[in-house]
Design a protein around this ligand. Structure first.
Ligand code: FES
Ligand SMILES: [Fe+2]
Length: 381
């Protein structure tokens, strides 16, 4: 690391409420260590099943230092594989594509089913002899799969394969939000933002309510920082408010979650699930922001809004209310992007070594930073 702190000292510093120093937001080596630890060793979100809507649709990405493929099979299942051919390791697919029948390696023609099975090894035993067994090679069954899980259409991967069972990780959120019936959710609005800041600044800003009256005077009117409570529970950190009263035209127009208890109808919770999922729920929508790290000083936010029922997600009748919902978010997200990029510039030219976190308002940020410090203190694989 560029600064004097060792990884263990960062654990102590964050547990003592003094946060992470500026170097953690700009240092290339620290960033790469995060990819190999915080991202690889946990369940990170890489998208939704709707990113590959039809059989044969393929999404490519580099994530946690690994080149990955997300593929929709003929059976409708979404699977994630390492993006390399089992023969000599060439990258199999270079860019997203649609409705492929099979995956064929451009180097020597090895062919894979959409479920990853290796189905053809041309001439492997000699000209016109394709039988690997005859060639005496102990061939793999197929592509190298990535440990993955799907939860309410969100796709998570654990690249190292060492994280706790996904069910035990997600159960904290499931229990917390057990009043919400997510079974009818449909993806309605999708947008992507490139942000010139370290990915952690995007996460920390999202779970920070302290800045609301200063940065978002419009939001403060219906979702005041005075009403907030903090959430910090293991890998989950963020905040909630039981007194949210938006005033735009989308209010009351989109279907609410079925059978939601009356006392939850003005609740909004905005949480971060470590490391990179930001997730918001309220009476009539679920919104996710998947934070994709791009480098020490850049990230991308993939924003998706889910609403209840296909009609709400697609009908022209409700289109303006869906747009209103997106704009409600965009207004303050633009304010957030501005401040996050300014904070990045501050970190770049700064001697900032330790924060003085507010026990009343910075508990969620502290929890997230503690998880970062603990993650990077682990030896990468
Ligand atoms: S590397 Fe893919 S077929 Fe040889
Ligand atoms: Fe904000």
């Amino acid at each position: 690391m560029a600064q004097s702190n060792s990884y263990d000292e960062l654990v102590t510093q964050t547990h003592n409420g003094h946060g992470l120093p500026a170097s953690c937001y700009k240092d290339q080596a620290f960033y790469e260590r995060e990819l190999k630890t915080a991202f690889a060793n946990n369940w990170a979100c890489i998208g939704t099943v709707n990113d590959v809507p039809e059989a044969g649709d393929i999404k490519t990405m580099v994530f946690a230092g690994a080149s990955l493929l997300m593929v929709r099979g003929r059976d409708g299942e979404v699977r994630v594989f390492h993006n390399y051919c089992r023969h000599r390791g060439l990258r199999l697919v270079n860019e997203p594509c649609a409705k492929r029948n099979r995956l064929v390696c451009p180097y020597h023609g090895w062919m894979y089913e959409l479920d990853g099975a290796l189905i053809r090894t041309p001439h492997v035993a000699g000209p016109d002899d394709h039988d690997g067994e005859k060639a005496g090679i102990d061939l793999p069954d197929g592509l190298h799969g990535v440990r993955m899980a799907v939860w309410n259409q969100l796709v998570f991967v654990n690249v190292s394969g060492t994280a706790d069972e996904f069910s035990s990780v997600i159960s904290v959120l499931e229990e917390r939000w057990s009043d919400y019936d997510f079974s009818g959710l449909h993806e309605a609005e999708v947008s992507t933002y490139g942000v010139g800041c370290n990915w952690k600044l995007a996460v920390e800003n999202f779970i920070d309510v302290y800045h609301v009256p200063y940065v978002h005077p419009g939001l403060e009117k219906y979702n005041s920082f005075r009403d907030h409570y903090m959430v910090h529970d293991g890998l989950l950190s963020g905040e909630g408010n039981n007194n949210v009263e938006p005033t735009d035209d989308a209010v009351g127009k989109l279907p609410e979650f079925p059978n939601l208890p009356e006392e939850k109808r003005h609740t909004l919770e905005a949480l971060s699930l470590f490391p990179n999922l930001l997730i918001t729920v309220t009476v009539d929508y679920l919104r996710v922001i998947i934070v994709e790290p791009l480098g020490p000083e850049a990230c991308r936010e993939h924003v998706k809004i889910f609403v209840n029922g296909e009609h709400a997600a697609t009908s022209s009748e409700l289109a303006e209310h869906r747009t209103q919902l997106r704009l409600r978010f965009e207004e303050f997200n633009n304010e957030d992007v501005e401040i996050a990029e300014e904070l990045q510039r501050s970190m770049n030219g700064s001697a900032f070594q330790k924060a003085y976190l507010s026990p009343a308002f910075d508990k969620a940020v502290q929890t997230f930073q503690m998880r970062i410090a603990e993650a990077v203190a682990q030896e990468p694989d």
